[in-house]
Design a protein around this ligand. Structure first.
Ligand code: ZN
Length: 359
């Protein structure tokens, strides 16, 4: 995928705005240089021995045939992320990368049960990721929380373990739980009892839905699994009645434009419904999904919107306001983020007009 041409002045504004990323996968943002070091330390093989030559194995070129092919990029990195030290480091570096892109808040998600091959428990894995995020917070002043993911191809016992482990950390570095993986192969109704357990523990849920599957998965995620945010939701437009309901409920959609194009959630940019969704009053947020795999940053995501759909700086700032509102933070923490954004807007001469999602 080629980078779009953005007006250099707009690009500078996007870079300077303090940003929020609510949909960011830990194993999708590991740096090639870090993966090489971890492989060396752990004496594990990799297909290349320099960051530049390793990157093509970690990154998607152009579009994949489907989500499954995209997810295969993770097979390379997971073997190196089986120790507490590796998880802590990767989480810390997620915060570091956000800081380099003027991030002010991130929610980093990962699937604890994909990191137990060398004896870690799901709970221990979550603990190590939180340690890394909190070290990053102290170092860079970017707030960070974790979201624990249940995997669609895992059995109920493994996923219940994730929920129980997540419950131990709720409010202590963990914000919520999620369901991810092969959406087309495993419909959401299989996971009702797992997410009923999450609700019993007071764990909020976001669910990947309407990315590789149709709008029925979004309906089931909300009504069957109790999701209060939706990962992607790109295919919502296929069901106008559901779209109206999602609008009236103001369920935030965690859209990830670059990734959504690569996984063919839509055929190409001209078909990407983000403008349409905002105009229809949906609660849209913009996120990276997997910075390394997708070759993206929050700056790139917003630059794409500026270049391809003519988003103005005020509209981008409004999208950031949406992300703040959708964040799993208390009111004072959200206020603090809003103040940072508003003062950046004021200093850059950006005039805001309310929230994009309730206009
Ligand atoms: Zn995702």
């Amino acid at each position: 995928m080629t980078h779009p041409h953005v007006d250099p002045a707009v690009l500078e504004i996007i870079k300077a705005l303090p940003k929020v990323d609510l949909h960011l996968h830990l194993d999708g943002c590991i740096l090639p240089s870090t993966l090489l070091e971890l492989a060396r330390e752990q004496q594990q093989p990799l297909p290349a021995d320099e960051p530049q030559t390793l990157l093509p194995y970690m990154q998607v070129e152009g579009q994949c045939d489907n989500l499954k092919q995209y997810l295969e990029r993770f097979d390379l990195v997971l073997p190196m992320l089986q120790t507490g030290e590796a998880l802590e480091r990767t989480a810390y570096e997620a915060v570091q990368q956000s800081a380099a892109d003027n991030g002010m808040y991130i929610e980093v998600r990962f699937a604890p049960q994909l990191h137990t091959a060398r004896g870690l428990t799901a709970a221990a894995a979550i603990g190590h990721v939180i340690e890394g995020l909190q070290r990053g917070e102290r170092q860079y002043g970017v707030r960070a929380q974790v979201i624990a993911i249940c995997m669609r191809h895992h059995n109920e016992a493994l996923n219940r373990e994730v929920i129980e482990a997540a419950a131990q950390y709720l409010g202590r570095g963990l914000a919520a739980v999620d369901l991810a993986g092969d959406e087309a192969g495993f419909p959401p109704e299989l996971f009702r009892s797992v997410f009923a357990l999450a609700a019993q523990h007071g764990l909020p849920a976001t669910i990947h839905a309407g990315e590789a599957g149709g709008p029925a998965n979004i309906r089931e995620a909300i009504h069957g699994l109790g999701a209060v945010r939706i990962g992607h939701g790109v295919r919502l437009r296929e069901d106008p009645a559901l779209l109206a309901e999602v609008r009236s409920l103001q369920v935030p959609l965690e859209m990830c434009p670059v990734s959504n194009i690569q996984t063919r959630a839509v055929t190409d940019w001209s078909d990407y419904p983000i403008r349409d969704y905002l105009e229809q009053g949906l609660f849209v947020t913009v996120n990276t999904d997997n910075p390394t795999v997708s070759g993206t940053t929050m700056t790139r995501e917003y630059s794409e919107l500026a270049a391809r759909f003519g988003f103005r700086p005020a509209e981008i700032a409004t999208l950031i306001l949406n992300s703040i509102e959708a964040a799993w933070l208390d009111a004072p923490a959200k206020d603090a983020l809003r103040q940072r954004l508003l003062s950046s807007c004021a200093s850059q001469g950006i005039q805001l007009h309310g929230h994009a999602h309730d206009e």
